[in-house]
Design a protein around this ligand. Sequence first.
Ligand code: IVH
Length: 417
Amino acid sequence: MDEQSAAARLDELRKSINYHNYQYHVMDAPVISDLEFDRLIIELREIEAQFPHLVTTDSPSVRMGSQPVQKFNKLGHPSPILSLANAFSRDEILAWFDRNEKLDGRMRSTAFVVEPKIDGLTVVLHYHDGLFIQGATRGDGDVGEDITVNLRTIKSIPLRIPVSDASLRPPARLVVRGEAYIPIQDFLELNQRLEEAGERTYLNPRNTAAGSLRQLDPTLTAKRPLTLLVYSIVASDSTMPVTQWDTLQYLKALGFPVSRHASRHSTLLEAMEACEEGILHRDDLPYEADGMVIKIDDLSLADSLGVVGKDPRGAIAYKFPSREVSTRLMDIAVNVGRTGVLTPLAILEPVELGGVVVKQATLHNFDFITEKDIRIGDRVMVKRAGEVIPYIIGPVPAARTGDESVFQPPSICPVCH
Ligand code: IVH
C-alpha cells in the first residue's frame, strides 16, 4: 500500500471506528457486531504500524493508552469550575427560589431543568476545531490537573466533534464540563474479576473512578470501565444556546454523552416533583447519584444571579436522603472466597439504612482495617449505595470508650486450616 492510499484508508477507518464506538458507548445502539468492529481496529493498527507518522490524535488507537507520564501538569480552567449548594427539602428549594426572585424578577418566568447529580468526578474537556486537545480535573476550581492522556482512553469521550451529524460545524474553541464515573454494574463486574484473580478489590465506584483518572499509566486507565456525562459549556468562541435545555440538546447533537434522565419543567413545583420522582427511582439509575440538580433554564438569568462562595445561585442540588449511618461493629468475621482469598466481613448491630436492615458489611481487605484503624467495638460509618454491598467507610474515633479491641487477621485459613 502506498502512503497516499494508506492515508485515505486510515481516514475512512478513523471515521468509521469513531462512529461505531459512539453508537456503542454513547447511544447504546451498536450497528455492527463486535467481530466486525475488531476487524476495523486490526486493519487500522496494521496500517498505523506501517506508517507511524500517519497516526493522528483522534485515532481510535489512542484509546488503548499511551506512554506513562511522570506527573500531571497543571491546567487552568477558562472560567471557575463551580460547585453546588445543597437543599434537603422543598422548603429549602422554595427559599432558594425566593432569594433569587428578590434579586431578579425574571425568576418568575424561567423554566427549570432537572438532572441527576452523579456521584463522580468533574472533568473539563477542551476542543479546538472539533478536535479533543486536552482535559483536566476540577482541582481547586481555578486550576486542575492535565489528565488528557487518561481521558483519551474513555470511549464515550468524542475525540472529534461532531461525531455523526456532519451538518454541524464545531466552534473553533469549545470547553465542556461533565462528570466521569464508573457505572455500578461495571464496578461490580470489575470487582468480581479482581476477586477471582485473587487481587485486591475496590472500595466503591467513585474511589475507583478517581484512582483510575489519576493513574500515571494510561494503559491501566484504559482497562477501567470509565464513562462520563456532559452537562455544560464552560467556554466557547461562538454563539452558544441560551438555555440549559438547548445546551443539553446541542451537546448531544455534537456527539457528547448526555443524561437521558434530564427533564425540562415550566414551574418550580413540577421541577421539585421530578426530583422527588428521582428519589424514588434512584436505584434504577445505572450510576450512583446523590441527588437531583435543579437548574435555571435561562442561562443569562442564571449567570447574572452570580455566585455565593463557590456555589452558583443559578442551580441547586436537591439531595437524596443519606444512605450513610453509624452503628456498632460487634465482630469481624472472615469469608473465604472461591479462590481462597480471605475477606473480612463486619458483623454489625442491625441498623436501618434506606429501607433495608443492614447486619453485615464488607471491610474490603485486612489492610483497609489497619489503614483506617478499625477496632472491634467501634462505632463505624456504613454506606449502602444502589446494588453495591453495604460497606464500612471508617470508624468514629470520638465515640470510643476504651473497650474496643484491635483485630488480628487469621494466620491460618479458617476453612482448610
Ligand atoms: S452542575 C454551575 N450538574 O456535583 C454548574 N453538577 O456537589 C454546577 N455534579 O461540582 C454544577 N452531576 O461535579 C451539575 N448534573 C449535574 C451534576 C453535577 C454531578 C457534581 C459536580 C459538582 C458537584 C457539586
